[in-house]
Ligand binder design. Structure first.
Ligand SMILES: *Cc1c(COP(=O)(O)O)cnc(C)c1O
Ligand SMILES: [Zn+2]
Length: 415
């Protein structure tokens, strides 16, 4: 049972039946899933959701797949954490962190893959595939393993070891492409024409992308059935960012929350900032970039949803910021030291951009703000390993420990 009605072109509005296609035959616009919202409103409620499983399947009525086909690794319903200490450091009165580092493969990509694999099985596909900046590869490989499906996972050559091992361990056919993510994506788009595989972010992208809305659903539910004043979301293709806004609006449409007035702000790395750069220039025509940043999970130089992300910034009175590699590392460290959450570089991008936006006055100190932490830090240890305080090294006796500790304190206090 599901409540999807049709695929609809985001540009010209033409409708298509629910098949594995992703772009409009007439205008090449991207297709998006449309639902029977009246039926959803009848089928679900706050009470029904609250009594559901502690995973994203509590929102099954809002997902574009029949839950009978689900492959359940326990994705979603991750903690929303009040960040008092980080908020105080940045100058925010009410800051929350949506901690999506604790998903089955330690990033929010488990959400989109959970939906994509269910829809792919419903379509009858026997193999799952993807073009990935790293985290998607991990999620596809793990879900395919759990379902006993074949997986073909394509990644760029310069990924962190944690992301490569974090895919290879599930034993997919792992393909390292000599080029950037944009090259990987071009290759996979070509292959999707000839192979009978469900490329989660290509031929089943309209369904896949809907999985990101569950982050908005959870935040609204966890805040006590309301949307926050402001959110900060890391952007690669811009899909997650636009879908969080869609999720808030849909929750209002089916009567679960009031009409949202959330200001949507996006975060990118300076070394790959096509969306933020276009926003700063006040244009909707972004210029593709050749990425050069430690935030590899966000390194998409030609973002598929960049245009819609810019539209959402305009519609919500939001904004976009960018941060240097150095600020990203400081962001990862600040988050860990103040809140006990170890994020990957994308989390550093979010925190660094949040800091900039508070400083510039774009985010006011009294706005209730949610920052999305989308991936875990053990996948990108390379980024911070040389920037940490070295451990105290001591022989196994108490006197030596006391002497070494005193010496360290003398250095750090300058005594
Ligand atoms: C993929 C990814 C994102 C955002 O991706 P979009 O393409 O913009 O949807 C954010 N954070 C992490 C850690 C990711 O892996
Ligand atoms: Zn169209």
């Amino acid at each position: 049972m599901s409540y999807e009605r049709a695929l609809r072109c985001r540009e010209c509005g033409r409708e298509y039946s629910l098949t594995p296609i992703f772009s409009c035959e007439f205008c090449f616009g991207p297709l998006e899933v449309d639902y029977d919202y009246d039926a959803i409103a009848r089928a679900t409620s706050r009470e029904h959701i609250a009594a559901g499983p502690k995973t994203l399947w509590r929102y099954a009525e809002l997902l574009p797949c029949d839950p009978a086909y689900k492959v359940d690794l326990g994705t979603g319903f991750t903690p929303l954490i009040r960040a008092e200490r980080l908020g105080a450091r940045l100058g925010l009165e009410r800051l929350w962190l949506k901690n999506d580092t604790v998903n089955p493969t330690w990033s929010f990509k488990d959400r989109v893959v959970a939906v994509a694999i269910a829809r792919a099985r419903q379509f009858g596909f026997e193999a799952l595939a993807c073009a990935s900046t790293g985290n998607l590869a991990n999620a596809v490989a793990a879900h395919a393993a759990h379902a006993g499906m074949q997986a073909y996972v394509f990644i760029p050559q310069d990924l962190e070891q944690g992301k490569v091992v974090g895919s290879a361990i599930y034993r997919p056919t792992l393909v390292m492409v000599e080029g950037s993510y944009d090259d990987v994506n071009r290759l996979c788009t070509e292959l999707s024409g000839s192979r009978q595989w469900a490329f989660v972010n290509i031929n089943v992208r309209p369904y896949y992308a809907e999985g990101s809305r569950t982050l908005a659903f959870e935040v609204a539910e966890q805040l006590g059935w309301r949307a926050p004043d402001h959110v900060v979301v890391p952007m690669a293709s811009g899909s997650l960012y636009t879908k969080i806004w869609k999720g808030f609006k849909e929750f209002a449409r089916i009567g679960l929350i009031e009409e949202p007035h959330t200001r949507m702000s996006g975060a990118q790395a300076s070394g790959c900032s096509p969306i933020t750069t276009a926003y700063a220039a006040g244009t909707f025509n972004f210029v593709p970039q050749k990425p050069n940043t430690i935030a590899r999970s966000l390194a998409i130089g030609n973002p598929a949803d960049g245009y819609y992300a810019l539209k959402t910034m305009q519609e919500t009175n939001g904004g976009a910021e960018m941060a240097s590699d150095d600020e990203i590392i400081e962001g990862v460290k600040l988050l860990a030291e103040t809140e006990g959450i170890f994020a990957e570089t994308a989390g550093g991008v979010t925190i660094a951009c949040l800091k900039r936006m508070v400083k510039s006055g774009h985010i006011r100190r009294d706005e209730e703000t949610v920052a999305f932490i989308t991936g875990a830090g053990l996948k990108t240890v390379e980024a911070v390993v040389d920037r940490l305080e070295a451990p105290l090294r001591v022989p196994a006796n108490a006197r030596a420990f006391e002497a070494t500790l005193a010496a360290r304190l003398a250095v750090t206090t300058g005594a």
